[in-house]
Structure formats: C-alpha cells, structure tokens
Design a binder for this molecule. Structure first.
Ligand SMILES: [Fe+2]
Ligand SMILES: [Fe+2]
Length: 525
C-alpha cells in the first residue's frame, strides 16, 4: 500500500524538521510549509490524508488555514499544535474543523497515537461513505424494481409485454442491450422477436449462450463473450455490434419449469456485470416469469374463447350447406374493409367476433323457413328477419370482456341501412356504429357472390342461384352507396375488393369469376 501523505504547517523550522523526521519514522510521507498560504496551495495540488498545523503563525493563523482548507479539501482531518491552549478556546478550534490537539513541547509518542487514530477514523468514514453510497444505489435499484414489477403486471398483451420487458430490463440493469428468449421444449428451440421488424428468430436449445442457459439452467456471467468457444459471433458481425460483458440466466415459472432465458449485454460504464447485478436480474426474472405466465394464460383464454365462437358460428352456417363458411367470409371481408379504413386493434377484435356471430340468431329460425328454397311469403320473411333480434338475445347472455362489450349490438345491426329502412330497428347512418355498417356491406357482398338456393334479384329481375355477375354486384354497391350502405365503407371496400377476390381465387370463387371481377374493378378505377 502507498504511504499516506501528511501535510505539516508550522512557522517554526525546528518543529517542522522534527515532525518531518518523526513522520518518516512512523511510516508516512509528508510535505511541509512554514505558512498558511503555501499550505493551501499544496492542498490544491495534492490530496492529503491529514494535516498537522500550528495555531499561532504570522500572516494566516491555524484557524484561518483550517477554514480555507475546508473549501479546498473538506475531508482532510486537522491535528492542531499549540502551546497556547488558553488563547484559543477548545470550542473555537473544534468549530474551525480540528479533529484533535497536540501540545508543545511535542511528545512524539502522543503524536503517533493521535495521528494513527485520526487516520483510522478517516478510513472508517471513507468505508462508511462507500457503503452508504452502495446502499443508496441498491435502494434506488430496488425501488425501480418494484415500479417495474407493477408496470409488467399491468401489461397482459404478449405483443406489448415482450418489448416492455426488454426496455425495462435494459434500463434497470444499466445494459446496452437485452434479449429475451422463450423456450419451446416441443420444438427443441428457443425463440425471440427482433425489435425492428418483430420478426421471430429461432435457435436450437444448446446453441450459443442463451441456448446453453436454456439447456443447463446455469447462469453465465462473463466479461467478454467472444472468449467463449460457443458464442455465435455472426449476430455481432451482421449488426456491427460488439458483445462484451454478458449476464444470462434462466427464467422459471412457479412450477420450476424453465420457460425463458434473459440475457443482458454490455454494462454501461463497467467492464462486466457484478454480484449486485446478478441479484437484481434474479429479482427481475421473478417478475418477468409472472408477467409472461399471465400473458400466456390470457392468450390461451382468448384462443379458447375464439375457438368456441368459431365452432358456434360454423354450427349455424352448417345448418345449410350453401351458407357454409358465410360467417367466416363475412368476418374476413369486414376485417379487410376495417383494415383499409385504418381502424385500431380493439375495433378489429370487435369486428372479428361480431362478424363470426352476426347470424347466430339463425339457430332459432325453424328449418321450414331457414332451408326454404325459393322466395319467402311475407310471414316467412318476417320470421327470417327475426334472426337479428335472436342474435341479440343470444349474445346478451355471453360474457364479453370490457373491450368487446359492444359485440352483441354490432352483430345485431348487420341488416340495418343508413337510410333507416333496414331492420330490426330502422336505425339511420349516424345512429349506426361504423363496425355494423362495415358488417352490412360484407354480409351483402357474400350473399351476392355466393351460390344460394334462392334466386337473387336486382329490382324485379331474377339473377338465378349462382354468384351474381360481378358487374351487377358493382352496380348494386354503387346504387346503394349512401342509401343502404355507408359511402366511406363502400369506397374502402372497392379499394380492397381485388385483394379479397384474389385470396379466394380457385377456392370460394372460380378463377374466371375472379379474373372477370378484377378487370371490371380496374376499369372502375
Ligand atoms: Fe343476417
Ligand atoms: Fe349474414
């Protein structure tokens, strides 16, 4: 260890000489000054472990030296030498910042004891300050962790949760980058999403750092990943990035199964991740595990809800072979229109369910009406039209989440017209939600372009059972734009119609029908 440097300030050269020699023999280095001004200059240039300072000096006395020294180097302890204690009361000297006294004539034994004590106190204070700083920084990080835990627990949508975890962990760990891999044990792979395009990257379990951690469950903490033989440098080379410090650990669920791997890369302002980082990341992993599990549960719930609804919709469609797939197609067309109109994610979800369920009320229509081939009588038409209110009655019994609570209404209005001449309520354009107006257009489009076992009519002209010639379909939508249909919806529909037709070419629509339709649509534009 380097010798501690002591500053000696005394106008008496003999005392300075004695002190210099004594300090050398005690194992200290020293600088000397015979006046306060020079002493302060020395303190500006060098950091001293302690100062031994005479009180009575010409020009600037010891009290002034201490007062000025506090401004230059506040932590340096002062031992005051004086033969005139009576002239300077003890309180004054302590107030000026002295840590201790020694009296003239100097007794070197006393000096050594006091100096050693002052220096060990100073060392202790230094250690305490470091510990306090560490405790405060740990405290800040723990507070950050709790805030983060709350933020993660509020985000249930996996698509949003994934980037949120990456962002929060990067911040909390003071890392340059973070990667999160989910483990797919069935495929023997780990996978992640790349932020820029949200593209999935898949790697075999066991490959690279994350793959190894997934496989073994061990934490890896290294100063330079490039020194690991199994580190894959190609990501760095492709992205012009240099991975150095890596801390990578597994994330397990409540059952103890490994579900993911989290990896923080390059400690900002440090060479590698330390013990505290390891503890913090362990804490974070617990929150990440809970947040991931919650989002998986929600995803599963949504998937089973959607599955049940699709089955229900298919059951209605299946009551009549010619309407098979109707609800599915109406939903698809409606989603295409909604996408074209730039509706948000929540609106698309509502349209999805309302589309799938819009004709669910047909479950309550008797076969003699529902399966009738040929035109309806007035009573039969009235009975058939009741499928909308039956849809409402059925869907009202469903438990839809808050975001989907309008689905029953949206589905019920699919036969309403913007001029108020639709059914069941005769609502007008500004009373109708946009989603219902979109469903109305999609529903009519599928009815006109699908084979049905009752003839289609344009005015009084029978169009037969087959899909209506596409020129007539365009004609109907143009004629009814603003009366039956919302103009904005029809405009958006025309823009996405070619894509819809192409998607079903050779499937629901014959290739000739699609090709003819597209050339007619192109001519329209
Ligand atoms: Fe309907
Ligand atoms: Fe329908």
């Amino acid at each position: 260890m380097d010798k501690e440097m002591i500053l000696v300030v005394d106008d008496d050269t003999a005392t300075v000489d004695i002190l210099e020699e004594a300090l050398g023999s005690f194992g200290y280095n020293c600088r000397t000054s015979n006046n306060g001004f020079k002493a302060l200059e020395l303190m500006k240039k060098e950091l001293f472990a302690a100062a031994i300072c005479d009180i009575r000096m010409p020009g600037m006395d010891g009290l002034e030296v201490m007062t000025e020294a506090r401004k230059i180097a506040p932590g340096v302890p002062f031992i005051v030498i004086t033969g005139f204690v009576e002239e300077y009361v003890y309180d004054q000297v302590i107030e000026a910042g002295a840590t201790d006294f020694i009296r003239k004539p100097l007794r070197l034994g006393e000096l050594k004891i006091k100096l050693d004590r002052v220096l060990s106190e100073r060392l202790l204070q230094k250690k305490n300050r470091t510990l306090l700083k560490k405790a405060n920084s740990l405290n800040d990080r723990l507070t950050g962790l709790l805030i983060m835990a709350r933020e993660l627990s509020l985000e249930l949508d996996f698509e949003n949760l994934f980037p949120l975890i990456i962002k929060k962990v990067t911040e909390a760990m003071g890392a340059e980058r973070t990667s999160l891999y989910l483990i797919d044990w069935n495929r023997g792979e780990i996978w992640t999403k790349v932020a820029e395009h949200f593209k999935k990257i898949r790697l075999p379990i066991g490959k690279g750092i994350s793959g190894r951690v997934a496989e073994t469950g061990d934490t890896i903490n290294v100063a330079d990943a490039w020194n690991l033989p199994y580190f894959d440098r190609s990501f760095d080379q492709d992205s012009n990035f240099r991975t150095r410090a890596v801390l990578c650990m597994p994330i397990s669920n409540r059952q103890g199964d490994r579900i993911a791997v989290i990896q923080v890369i390059n400690k900002v302002g440090g060479l590698r991740f330390g013990k505290d980082d390891l503890q913090i990341l362990k804490g974070l992993s617990g929150f990440v595990a809970i947040a991931l599990e919650n989002s998986f549960l929600i995803e599963e719930l949504e998937a089973s809800f959607e599955g049940a609804i699709r089955t229900l919709a298919a059951t209605v469609d299946a009551r009549h072979p010619l309407t098979a797939g109707h609800s599915q197609r109406v939903t698809e067309y409606a989603l295409a229109i909604a996408g074209e109109m730039k509706l948000d994610e929540d609106a698309l979800k509502e349209i999805n369910y309302a589309g799938l369920l819009h004709d669910i009320g047909k479950i309550g229509i008797k076969d003699s009406v529902l399966l009738k081939s040929g035109p309806f009588t007035a009573e039969e038409r009235a009975a058939m039209n009741e499928h909308t209110t039956k849809t409402l009655a059925i869907l009202e019994k469903f438990h839809f989440s808050k975001k989907l609570r309008d689905v029953p209404i949206l589905a019920t209005y699919h036969h309403e017209k913007v001029n108020g001449k639709g059914y069941p309520f005769g609502l007008t354009g500004n009373e109708l939600p946009l989603a219902s107006k979109i469903l109305a257009a999609a529903d009519v489009f599928d009815a006109l372009t699908s084979r049905r076992d009752y003839p289609k009519y344009v005015g009084n002209e029978g169009m037969g059972f087959e899909p209506m010639p596409f020129g007539k379909v365009i004609g109907i939508f143009k004629a009814d734009r603003g009366s039956h249909f919302d103009p904005g919806v029809i405009d958006a529909f025309f823009r996405c119609m070619p894509e819809i037709l192409r998607r079903h070419r050779g499937k629901h629509f014959s290739p000739e029908y699609v090709d003819g339709a597209i050339s007619l649509l192109e001519a329209e534009i």
